[in-house]
Design a protein around this ligand. Structure first.
Ligand code: ADP
Ligand code: MG
Length: 617
């Protein structure tokens, strides 16, 4: 058992200074972290009145000796750090030896603790940091700390507290982050007599996520992992259509610690580029593991921010973990039938390859037709090598899309389609396994396959195919001359913008020349993008204006999106059967899943769901 020491002043001075206890949620976080550091497997948190009058944490950890209990509330008293060398590789959540002292100074505390294997425990009562009572106590092994009347002796601090409701939610959030970070620890959280959540502590990430974040979120997540040997990532990321309006559901854990990191955020979001609508954010629960020495947790008093020594590596690890999951076959759209809570089509995706939705705690893994996800304590990364040129491993190969003739060809004519047939196959290319029932509303293609029917948004699907193919051309896009050049009068400001971006537009396949004072003539457009080039150029100008206003990152992609969108066959207009067949083939093969703005291109209804809607079952 580790002994508590007082840190020598020169070590204490090295610790990031600052306020540890700002609000009840900080107390909750510190106490729970102490329980986890004490090796607890079962922890109960109870709060009342937003944590302002009562916070209790009970754990079955290794407890404290009477001697340690006596000094635990002294400043810089810790069993987790001895010398400054230890600061270089911190493996525990706490290390500052400040939390208990800081909490005790502003509250009334009662602590009962019994060291594992010891015959007796001890109880200690403090008020504003002073010990009032201390003596032997009969209690179970482990530790219970009750914090009452937080900030009772610091009225100025009390004034900064929000409503009990807001503070209570913050406490629950702090607890949730601790629980989510440690699937092997069972945490019960009770607020004002009501259970807020219970994590089973079975070591499984999936059941932990299910019980803490709920069924809906769990059903929309994809399992992912990556490893480059030094940094490993595992966890779950959301399907692109299940993004949120903010980043509140992005949970990152570094060596078991919940952290906030702009780098990780950016890495995650980069993986969703072109598959998520602007203004939407992916959700994730990602566990990042690396050597303790590669991450500095001593940069922020609450330890929520950390510094990575290999920032780029960590970025890549998260990026490739998310990307590989998103590129896997099973990643498909779901829809919910109105009024039916059970008909989440994504659930069918449990039989999809690659998509392992988060399962209900306690549900046998076989039920989902898959091997159970790895236990938290196991190291699951035996991923095949991909992206070798970057020295990186990801678990699921990222499909490399070759620029395809069809994609470039715009709406397919029967002749064009014939050219697109794989030469070795004498069969109809897209016919096997599915049947095109027809087109409805001049917008959706209906396809029957096995026991399910799929509705395909023809515009969205075509847009994606063109976009992927444009994107696959690394440098200058192929250009196609217009038989009848088009003229366009953009106005003075836009005229300037056009010429400022002349090079970029040329790279995209446009050939534009001035024609008098305020007019340009468009002589060529990106290859195989049929239709009127003027609306395309107008929208491109709009994006260039936005780019000028500061948002220049990803400009080329956004311009490609515009080109793809304008070139794609339109909803509302009838299409040739050959076009429909070609698009359906690409979608049903799993090649196309989301339009470049993140909308799903297809939704599927199973027989079971239909039967349920018609009350057949
Ligand atoms: P730190 O966690 O940074 O070491 P704290 O002030 O939070 O500092 O705790 C001081 C010490 O008290 C810890 O180092 C640990 O030895 C002991 N301690 C605190 N909480 C517990 C607990 N729940 N079970 C066992 N020991 C604990
Ligand atoms: Mg601590």
């Amino acid at each position: 058992m580790a002994k508590i020491n007082l840190l020598q002043p020169h070590v204490a001075d090295l610790i990031a200074a600052g306020e540890v206890v700002e609000r009840p949620g900080s107390v909750v976080k510190e106490l729970l972290e102490n329980s986890i550091d004490a090796g607890a497997r079962n922890v109960t948190l109870e709060i009342r009145d937003g944590g302002m009058t009562y916070i209790r944490v009970t754990d079955d950890g290794f407890g404290m000796t009477p001697e340690d209990a006596g000094i635990a509330f002294t400043r810089h008293a810790t069993s987790k750090l001895k010398s400054e060398r230890d600061l270089e590789a911190i493996g525990t959540l706490g290390f500052r030896g400040e939390a208990l002292a800081a909490i005790a100074a502003v509250s009334r505390i009662e602590m009962m603790t019994r060291e594992r294997g010891a015959p007796d425990g001890i109880r200690i009562v403090l008020e504003a940091g002073d010990i009032l009572e201390m003596g032997p106590w009969g209690c179970p092994e482990g530790t219970t700390i009750i914090v009452r009347d937080l900030f009772y002796n610091t009225p100025a601090r009390l004034k900064f507290m929000k409503s009990d409701k807001a503070e209570g939610s913050n406490c629950v959030f702090a607890a949730l982050c601790c629980a989510l970070g440690r699937p092997e620890v069972s945490l019960r959280c009770i607020k004002d007599g009501k259970e807020e959540f219970f994590s089973p502590g079975d070591g499984r990430m999936d059941s932990c996520i299910y019980s803490l974040l709920g069924r809906d979120m769990a059903a929309n997540m994809l399992e992912c992992h990556s490893s480059d040997g030094a940094v490993s990532v595992r966890g779950y990321v959301s399907l692109p259509h299940a993004g949120r309006g903010n980043r509140s559901a992005q949970y990152f854990f570094c060596n078991g610690r919940y952290i906030k990191s702009k780098t990780l955020q950016a890495a995650l979001e980069q993986a969703y580029k072109n598959s998520m609508m602007t203004g939407r954010f992916p959700c994730c629960v990602l566990y990042i593991e690396m050597s303790f020495a590669a991450v500095d947790v001593n940069v922020h008093p609450t330890k929520r921010e950390v510094k990575f020594s290999g920032e780029k590596r960590v970025f890549d690890a998260v990026y490739y973990a998310a990307l590989s999951a998103l590129s896997s076959d099973g990643n498909t759209a779901e829809i919910r039938l109105s009024g039916s809570t059970q008909a989440v089509l994504g659930q069918k995706s449990s039989d999809f390859r690659g998509h392992s939705p988060v399962s209900k705690p306690g549900a046998p893994a076989q039920q989902a037709g898959k091997a159970p996800p790895p236990r938290a304590e196991e190291s699951p990364f035996r991923a095949p090598l991909r992206e070798e040129e970057r020295g990186y491993q990801i678990s699921i190969p990222i499909p490399r899309k070759e620029p395809s003739e069809q994609a470039l060809a715009g709406p397919l004519t029967p002749e064009k389609q014939e050219r697109a047939l794989p030469p070795e196959s004498g069969e109809k290319p897209f016919g096997d396994g599915f049947r095109i029932v027809g087109e409805v509303l001049n917008t959706y293609i209906i396809v029957e396959q096995g026991d399910a029917l799929t509705l395909i948004d023809k515009h969205a699907a075509h847009e994606r195919i063109i976009f992927d193919s444009l994107k696959a051309q690394p440098g200058e896009l192929m250009s196609q001359g217009l038989i009848l050049p088009a003229t366009f009068s953009p106005g003075a400001e836009d005229m300037e913008l056009l010429f400022e971006n002349g090079e970029l537009l040329a790279q995209l396949g446009f050939e534009i020349e001035p024609y008098g004072e305020d007019t340009v003539v468009i002589r060529a457009v990106p290859a195989d993008t049929d239709g009127d080039p003027v609306p395309t150029l107008e929208e491109i100008l709009e994006k260039l204006r936005a780019g000028r206003a500061g948002d220049a990152s990803g400009l080329r992609d956004r311009l490609l999106q515009t080109i793809a969108c304008k070139a794609a066959i339109k909803a509302g207009r009838r299409s040739e059967p050959a076009e429909l067949e070609s698009l359906a083939g690409r979608v049903m093969s799993g090649e196309v899943k989301y339009c470049p703005h993140g909308r799903p291109v297809a939704v599927t209804l199973t027989r079971k769901e239909l039967d349920r809607e018609f009350k057949r079952i």
